[in-house]
Write a protein that binds this ligand. Sequence first.
Ligand SMILES: [Fe+2]
Length: 361
Amino acid sequence: MADVTIPAGKYMVDPYLDWSRREGVPIHEDFGLDLLGVETRPWPRYGVNGAIVHVKGRGDCMTVFLLDIPPGGRTAPQQHIFEAAFYVLSGHGSATVDRYAGERHQFEWGPASVFAPPLNTRYQLFNTSGREPARIAVSCNLPAVLNLFHNEKFVFDNPAVFPEREGAQAHFSGEGDFIPIKPGKHMWETNFLPDARRFKLHEWGARGAGASHIQVILADGVLHCHISEMPVGTYKKAHRHAPDVHVYIISGEGYSLLFYEGDKEMTRVDWGPGWVFAPPDMMFHQHFNSGAEPVRYIAFTQGSVRYPLTEQMRRVYARIDQDMKKGGNQIEYRDQDARVHAMFVAELARKGLVPKMEPFA
Ligand SMILES: [Fe+2]
């Protein structure tokens, strides 16, 4: 076959990746990363230093931006047709969000704050400390939107309004609405969660030993967010789902094992506060608390229990905590590889800790 020179922009185009390379900031790629340790450089779009993070389990829809706001600094104002959920890794500051009609909300954020400006509202972030920098992770679905429309003006300079997503006034000040569904699916609806470290979670025993959980609906968007906690001396059951679920460790230390059905070997990722990783598509993953404190983490993806978006997600969410032997997507403790528990016991012994799994066996 003769060599063919393919004209640029005519074949296998990925508008999001092309955009990300043009932004001029470092793009960090790995299975998992310590977000507190990665390099940032000036990002003209945001007016502060930043970086882009692509983890291995990233799917087609989500990406992560890192923003560093210097002491006394501020981002450039932003407005865009993609959903963005902000998770504060470190530092203190404030945010302004302008409703479509012009009314301005202002709220104060700090470590482990979570917030999402309603779609295409104008917002700006400020570091209110005179000494301490602030680092913020932004989980967003720009890849999905830019690859669908491949038109940057549509995404970044669009007058469309979505008043049905603005939410109640109180949703900008840290209040919210609890919407009971069932264990593992209870929702908290808001635009701003002041401190994910202290937010009340609800029991979800079917997911694993002493597990607790809440689904967070942010600005009535299609981004999924949940917060989970594992008590000391415990680990969760292995489960699997679609890719793109970015897991951020809020507090505690531990590791995750990842493997595909039938694999002889497992991949291990050790993590602590500030780490992010995403289990690849339908790869089983199992989280272990191997430290002396509870482990709490927060996860973001596109497609929520409110707006699942895909048939696969509807199917997986419906059976996320059901035994895979009965058609679900979870491995019960009694069926897991014997090496899994042995590794956990050895890991704790090394640190002088004891497992507390007996009541759940
Ligand atoms: Fe998961």
